[in-house]
Design a protein around this ligand. Structure first.
Ligand code: SAM
Length: 241
């Protein structure tokens, strides 16, 4: 799944320019039994299978070194017991139960040096993985997909395009939807008239101040109409001390 994603367009260029390094690993490489099993039945019964903790812990240890045993015994779940990985390292579990992904989260992640995405399958992962290793739980929306690979690709795409030097023009990012808590204004290209539909006159005027004013107004109107929640969110952030 990742080969195709990483070998096209922006991702391909970013990798070729050495602005980002990405590798996909199979958890089966971290199993010890001859069936290379990564899943097992949930304790207590119930439908489906669950991803086992061992391959995930061992994969993380190969990357970042030995994980210390939990202090004060090992009772599962409840308290905040996530291992404190070195600064700017994040271990992200893609899950429909996570924090909804948005542009702010993409910006936050783009400032980290090393991200690992855990892509769930089946009914998800053993809770001890979440309690002990996971630094971020992220959802890409209120629906359930079969696996975490597509969600991880969504997040990786949004993060990589924010890295310095990745996009052709840094300016093209600065006016994008969500970057100012607004949706982007409408855009037009040549021809100026197509099938009787004319481009707004102001965009042909060459008056940059007027164009900027028009764009700002359109962006606000569009956001109010389509996503008033974004503006409300901004207001509440501004009110928070
Ligand atoms: N039983 C889980 C639940 O009810 O929360 C859903 C498991 S889902 C079938 C399998 C995997 O797909 C999850 O572990 C997660 O990695 C991924 N996944 C599914 N929907 C997702 C979403 N909306 N956002 C992020 N990851 C998702």
């Amino acid at each position: 799944m990742f080969d195709s994603f990483l070998s096209h367009s922006m991702m391909k260029r970013a990798i070729e320019k050495k602005l980002v390094r990405i590798s996909a690993r199979s958890l089966r490489d971290f199993t010890r039994d001859r069936h290379k099993s990564c899943d097992d039945k949930p304790f207590g019964g119930g439908p489906g299978m669950l991803m086992k903790p061992e391959p995930i812990f061992e994969a993380v240890e190969e990357l970042w070194g030995r994980i210390p045993a939990p202090a004060g015994g090992g009772s599962a779940s409840g308290g905040k017991k996530t291992v404190h990985f070195a600064k700017r390292r994040r271990f992200i579990y893609m899950t429909p139960q996570g924090v909804p992904f948005d542009q702010r989260k993409a910006e936050d992640l783009s400032r980290s040096r090393h991200l690992v995405f855990l892509c769930g399958r089946y009914e998800g992962v053993d809770q001890r993985v979440v309690d002990r290793l996971v630094t971020d739980e992220i959802s890409i929306g209120d629906y359930v997909l079969t696996g975490g690979e597509v969600p991880a690709m969504v997040v990786i795409d949004a993060v990589v395009r924010l890295l310095k030097g990745v996009m052709g023009s840094e300016a093209s990012k600065s006016f994008e939807s969500f970057s100012h808590n607004l949706l982007e204004y409408p855009q037009y290209t040549r021809p100026a008239t197509y099938r009787g539909m004319r481009v707004p006159q102001v965009l042909l005027s060459g008056n940059h101040r007027e164009i900027e004013r028009w764009r700002k107004e359109e962006a606000v109107q569009r956001t109010l109409k389509r996503r008033p929640d974004i503006l409300k969110k901004q207001e509440s952030r501004q009110c928070t001390p």
